[in-house]
Unconditional design. Structure first.
Length: 245
């Protein structure tokens, strides 16, 4: 299953996306805009009561990309109407990104605007293969909004990325997103250095965080080019990998 989001990319030596993730670099001599759609080919959807959560933590392990010069892709998640994760192209390597902050971007020196509602964070880019990082969503501002943070597990704690009013009720990871229908080369993720979902936790109405394990997800694989591997939902924390098929 895929979630389609239209973007208009400006194409020249590099690309600038103004609606959904495509690249961080503006083109000095933009060509005619054209449409690109992000395709979610592997999804892991939370099958619990989203309305009973007050926050979500997701820890990823950064994969390798064996066709790095040409590949474009993303690994991330949506909680309500805020998306975050890591975005890949040859310009930034793997970089933190967020999207969907509709009420105005707050100043973050690491994340200057790429789109009107988000950023590929150049100050948080070129992440090393094997690095782990945690995205945290929490109800905030008297529970009227969601705040989003990232912890690069570098001893500096979590960094604020965005906040927005809750709208769409959704809670799922896209373990791979590609832009193949926009003529972007799909990333090849080697299975010996895969994407790894390391851990998830949810915050309940009591304010306590609980590590997720057991039958909490619905897995969707819509492409023979990618696959889930080593799915261990009975482990605590539950974890799994994904790579090119």
């Amino acid at each position: 299953m895929s979630r389609i989001r239209l973007l208009f990319a400006l194409v020249a030596a590099t690309l600038l996306a103004v609606a959904v993730p495509a690249t961080a670099a503006p083109s000095p001599n933009p060509a005619k805009p054209y449409g690109v759609e992000g395709l979610y080919l592997l999804n892991s959807r939370y099958n619990g009561d989203i309305g009973a959560t007050r926050g979500w933590q997701v820890t990823w392990k950064v994969p390798a990309v064996s066709n790095g010069k040409d590949a474009w892709g993303a690994v991330g998640e949506w909680y309500y109407n805020l998306e975050s994760g890591i975005y890949y192209n040859n310009d930034v390597g793997w970089a933190v990104y967020f999207f969907g902050d509709d009420n105005g971007l707050e100043n973050n020196p690491d994340c200057t605007p790429t789109w009107s509602t988000g950023s590929i964070c150049r100050g948080l880019s070129h992440l090393a293969v094997g690095k782990q990082l945690t995205f945290t969503y929490e109800y905030c501002k008297s529970d009227s909004q969601i705040c989003l943070y990232v912890d690069l597990q570098d001893g500096k704690g979590r960094r604020f990325l965005a906040s927005d009013k809750r709208s769409t009720v959704e809670m799922y990871a896209h373990d791979i997103e590609t832009f193949a229908d926009g003529n972007r080369v799909e990333p090849k993720i080697p299975c010996d250095k895969p994407t790894k979902m390391v851990k998830q936790s949810v915050k309940g109405t009591d304010g306590k965080w609980t590590t997720l394990t057991g039958n909490k997800w619905k897995f969707e694989d819509t492409s023979p080019r990618y696959q889930f591997r080593n799915v261990k939902t009975s482990a605590n924390p539950a974890n799994w990998e994904s790579c090119s098929g």
